[in-house]
Design a protein around this ligand. Sequence first.
Ligand code: 3HC
Ligand code: NAI
Length: 706
Amino acid sequence: MTPEASADAVRQAVHGRVFVVTVDNPPVNALGAQVRSQLRAAIEAADTHPEVDAVLLLGAGRNFIGGADIREFGKPPVPPSLPEVCNYIEASAKPVVAAIHGVALGGGLEVALAAHYRIASSDAKLGLPEVTLGLLPGAGGTQRAPRLIGAKAALDLMLSGRQIGAKEARALGLIDEIATTDDALAEGLAYTQGLLAARAPARRTRDAQGLADRTASRTAIEAARTEVSKSTRHLFSPMKIVDAVQAALEMPFDDGLCHERQLFLQCLDSPQRAGLVHAFFAEREARKAPETRKAKPRAIRSVGVIGGGTMGAGIAVALLDAGLPVAMIERDDASLLRGEALVEKVYDRLIAGGRMSLQEKADILARLHGSTSYDALDKADLVIEAVFEDMAVKKAVFAELDRVCKPGAVLATNTSYLDIDAIAASISRPADVVGLHFFSPANVMKLLEVVVPAQSSADVIATAFDLAKKLRKVPVRAGVCDGFIGNRVLAIYRAAADHMMEDGASPYQIDRAVRDFGFPMGPFQVSDLAGGDIGWATRKRRAATRDPKLRYVQIADRICERGWFGQKTGRGFYLYTDGGRTGKPDPEVEAIIDAERKRAEITPRTFTDDEIMRRYMAAMINEAANVVHEGIALRPLDVDVTFVHGYGFPRHRGGPMKYADTVGLASVLADIREFAQEDPLFWKPSTLIVDLVERGATLASLNQSA
Ligand code: 3HC
Ligand code: NAI
């Protein structure tokens, strides 16, 4: 082995007759400008090297290559472009082998596709996730992948953005070999030497015949087109992916590449790309709460959950799925049985869907220990309380925890609204208390609000973030207030929707406008799904403290008074016939709304969908700005992550704060001031927005400075 040269981001070395090119650009070997130019230079060096017969491409560290450098998108392009580099690799006269370990994603997989042969370690992950960033594979992926594995499989990879394992990649023909160890250098060298011994030629993917069956390819493209127009109608890039594959079928390779480039640039320019890239970086930034830099997490080896209701059972499943042993505490045997049954039901559904075996379920449930005695928690490193939303009940539970838990145990509450500082202050160890606000269903929803009480110690917060990682949740740091980040803002835009309903818009129109904006459901559908009784109970609880001058719409109360709580009662804002989950508009609800308008002496007016969304978003943005201003959210990006992962906010718009910058804060402020003319108490412009508009600044500027 003679190392010949060393460069910053791409290393060159000669091993026998093989020229080894190693991309070494931590943390994920992204293909930034320096890597591209050095990669190109390395291939050139290999091609002209008199003593080597083949080239081996590797990634240093944990991965092959994580893709193009996402931070470069939206900035002026720096040559050489990635497609050029890929073409250069493919054109090499000497066989080029990519030896993949860790991930080969996006541009990383495109580099591998431009190589002539591919070997991957058994735990490697391959994928073309560009669609998740509002893009398409723009370095030949849309032309090479279909030629290699056929239009149907390539479209599936590119439209889903999913990562596949080596076994599936081998079965599809995306790779040639699976390595027995994850030593990419040793495995790659052995494989390359084998190819040389067999006199394997440079084999170019552009010549592969995966599209030879033109009828099958056309059918796959048409099927994808139909599917995209139904299921991802809000998104820009999926249809461009289909167009690019059509070009692969219809055009010579080089023309197809040019077409791909044009489509890629259109995606790159789209606001959706900006929104999706914002979401990508925002969720990574949100993980870096200040406490995670200051303190090390405490070890979590066993967990307790108090309450086996909707949330407690879901949280228990999330913990079990992360491999942790869980003690579930309920107030009596019947409730415990119900809680355990709720947990089992989740796994039974997986079994019914063929996604879990009976043995796997038994193995998981062996880690669940139910009890009606708090003493079962004496060894728990962390306890999460999910009992009724009632301060007295919560305090009683925490008093028990204070009594039985070992010193250093983290004591968490899943409360939605209650004052966690008050809970913490009620026990002898307030520094160990934290809010862990899961979302329903807790084993599915990605968001975890980590609510930080005043006296909490930094390592408790670091532990909460560490737990989120173990549970594969997306954590967001929130301060203590009524509703934290998400529910506090929700209360305001939900009220704006109620105001519009009373003023003349039907709940069905509002829901439709909200769906057309990109939310999976409108606010009234959400209420029917969650159960109208939950909001009703909260409203009744707050009735005594509500500002009597604030507008209060009673329509939901009238509906609840009839026992219409939504899907679970077959009736809410919508009518659900035959136990179905898709509601129909209900003329009786419309009659209730009419009667309420009369009672409130309101003459109904019409709303355009555009006005509905302007009001809905202005209410959301204004309260979110208050939340940032008060430090409840550290930065605007924390609000964005909260809404994308917990409230169905369309990811391609980045989140409410990113959206506000996209439409322009000045225009949002103008809307708020216009709406304030009718209801100045509800529409009070946030100081933060006023200040930013005066300075000509954006919310994004606060992300950078935080
Ligand atoms: N470009 C720039 N930075 C990247 C990056 C990329 N492609 N991928 C990850 N990073 C950064 C992250 O922002 C993070 O930075 P930070 O430490 O400052 O927060 C750091 O690398 C580590 O990332 P993760 O925390 O996500 O690390 P993991 O080990 O959990 O995951 C990964 C690694 C699977 C590679 C994951 O980061 C990932 O999915 N990355 C994006 C992959 C992707 O979408 N690639 C396609 C890019 S588009 C493209 O290639 C276009 C082409 O077709 C032309
Ligand atoms: P739930 O009513 O379904 O379950 C509460 C469970 O706690 C019941 O099974 C009850 O038997 C048990 N319980 C009550 N007192 C107890 C005690 N002293 N010791 C042990 N167990 C006791 O309620 P849900 O919906 O699960 O809510 C629980 C908590 O989670 C509440 O604080 C709620 O605000 C919060 N939350 C609820 C969400 C939701 O969508 N349902 C979302 C996020 C948070």
